[in-house]
Design a protein around this ligand. Structure first.
Ligand SMILES: C[S@@+](CC[C@H](N)C(=O)[O-])C[C@H]1O[C@@H](n2cnc3c(N)ncnc32)[C@H](O)[C@@H]1O
Length: 194
């Protein structure tokens, strides 16, 4: 799905994912993990970056739709966490601008809620290479994505996710479910940086 698709959806407020609610899976990870630096890839209007910043994390969100990033910055200001929650307009498969000169790098926690499956295969490979480059050993990567079923051609299998992030990451868990917005099969993955 290209940038225009998402740009149009934010413009028309056709963004059912934008609930302002942090998913329980992220809440549980934020409770479990030591406070550190976090990256949200495809952060939308920043709900989860702000949630982490409110709990002492330094968090960065990246999304390629400018209006989503503007909304995220407004929300962070309103929540009083703009010193800990930063946002940048950018493509998650082109993160070359983000390197060790950034105070955030390496990240100890990265999340992606519904972004990776929107990329082309080449984009997914570039994204995975950046993720390996930008994370510390032992870092956690939480991924929510559409899950491919045998009869469909959309979404990922666990084998695909495993192969995409190898050898830098190992899959710790995969929890299958159903996406409440689309009715499609979905999965939460937790991966660990080797
Ligand atoms: C399903 S929405 C989820 C947004 C957010 N993670 C949430 O849970 O509210 C997917 C997001 O990924 C963003 N996105 C998709 N492809 C992207 C890309 N190549 N680079 C940056 N952002 C992208 C879209 O603009 C959109 O905000």
């Amino acid at each position: 799905m290209n940038k225009f698709h998402f740009w149009w959806r934010y413009l028309r407020h056709k963004t059912p994912w934008d609930t302002n609610i942090t998913p329980p899976e992220i809440v549980a990870l934020a409770d479990r993990l030591p406070v550190g630096t976090a990256l949200d890839l495809g952060c939308g209007t920043g709900t989860n970056v702000i949630y982490l910043a409110q709990r002492g994390w330094r968090a960065l969100g990246v999304d390629f739709v400018p209006s989503a990033i503007h909304a995220a910055r407004r929300k962070a200001r309103k929540a009083g966490v703009e010193a800990f929650a930063h946002f940048r307009v950018g493509d998650v498969s082109k993160l070359g601008w983000l390197d060790e000169t950034s105070a955030y790098v390496p990240f100890s926690f990265v999340m992606d809620i519904g972004c990776l499956h929107a990329l082309t295969e080449a984009g997914q490979r570039a994204y995975a290479a950046h993720l390996a480059r930008l994370t510390e050993r032992g870092a956690t990567y939480a991924l929510y994505t559409h899950q491919r079923r045998e009869q469909t051609h959309f979404g990922f299998t666990e084998a695909y996710v495993t192969a995409l992030f190898q050898p830098a990451f190992e899959v710790i868990s995969a929890t299958l479910g159903t996406d409440t917005n689309s009715g499609r099969s979905s999965a939460w993955y937790e991966l660990r940086r080797c």
